[in-house]
Design a protein around this ligand. Structure first.
Ligand code: NDP
Length: 267
């Protein structure tokens, strides 16, 4: 009788082993979902760096979670290069959370954008590019900068959106692009035992995402659209991110995991 093959699980690299502290970078970790993700990893004993363009929310998040705050605009290669010097040699988990719907709060250029002339087109291109920069370029650039420093067995997680499936102009296109780009990234990193996934939230309350753009009526509609009849909270997303980076998530890669209370199913 032949003996059973050795258990693969026992060969899990340190970055996946329960209780082993890792270094975690959470982009946009000063507010909302990113802040909850930073708190979740810190509570596990990991060391965490949080980034964003504004110092004040980062410092508040640092006080709450013990994370190290670093001001960094993830669309800017020079600021990213400076960030690399503030990180340890090995990063176990990269969470590309920075982003948002850049049309919210943007100056109202609708009249101009609707025009067929050059200035209307320039305005449309500017707004479209802003969403691609904020949601797709930030993640691609940050991952590219850190690729060689990701720990064997580590995890990369990007924040996508239900908008990638339901549509929502340039923002939805940017988040859909993120998911498509991640498929190739998962193959590239997989040979080092590193997983790469997208967590795709539906409506999540208690963040700065909507600013003043959410009416009470729209909020009620978003909650009514869920099967669970409640708004998501940042901790709902943080739990899923933590799982994907855990030992339990070691064979999940190249996927989009929806956290939307049943507001939309890809099946
Ligand atoms: P928040 O606006 O609270 O968080 C976004 C964070 O990203 C902010 O801390 C912001 O900080 C940071 N950020 C934005 N652009 C940059 C940049 N160029 N460089 C560095 N940091 C940046 O909203 P959420 O917590 O809700 O959003 C987190 C992620 O979840 C986003 O990617 C969003 O698209 C996604 N999402 C959110 C949903 C929701 O309903 N809340 C639904 C689906 C997806 P600063 O302005 O200081 O740079």
């Amino acid at each position: 009788m032949t003996s059973a093959p050795a258990a693969q699980a026992s060969q899990a690299p340190a970055a996946r082993t329960s209780g082993t502290p890792r270094h975690v970078l959470v982009t946009g970790g000063g507010t909302g979902i990113g802040r909850a993700i930073a708190a979740r990893f810190a509570s596990r004993g990991d060391t965490v760096t949080v980034t964003g363009r504004r110092a004040a929310p980062l410092e508040a998040a640092a006080k709450e979670t013990g994370a190290e705050p670093v001001v960094c605009d993830h669309t800017d290669p020079e600021q990213l290069a400076a960030l690399l010097e503030r990180l340890p040699e090995r990063v176990g988990v990269l969470v590309n959370n920075a982003g948002g719907q850049t049309d919210f709060g943007a100056p109202d250029e609708d009249g101009e954008a609707g025009e067929g002339g050059a200035s209307g087109l320039a305005s449309y291109a500017r707004r479209f590019r802003a969403n691609l920069e904020a949601n797709l370029i930030t993640a691609a650039l940050t991952t590219h900068a850190l690729t060689d420093r990701l720990a064997e067995g580590g995890a990369v997680i990007h924040l996508g959106s239900i908008a990638a499936d339901k549509g929502n102009g340039a923002y939805g296109a940017a988040k859909a692009g993120l998911a498509a780009w991640n498929v190739g990234l998962a193959r590239e990193l997989g040979v080092r035992g590193i997983t790469a996934n997208v967590v795709s939230p539906g409506y999540i309350a208690e963040t700065e995402f909507f600013g003043d753009a959410l009416t009470g009526e729209r909020r009620n509609q978003l909650v009514a659209d869920t099967a669970l009849k409640r708004a998501g909270v940042p901790e709902d997303v943080a739990e899923t991110v933590a799982f994907l980076a855990s030992e339990g998530g070691r064979h999940i890669t190249g996927q989009v995991i929806a956290v939307n209370g049943g507001a939309h199913s890809t099946r």
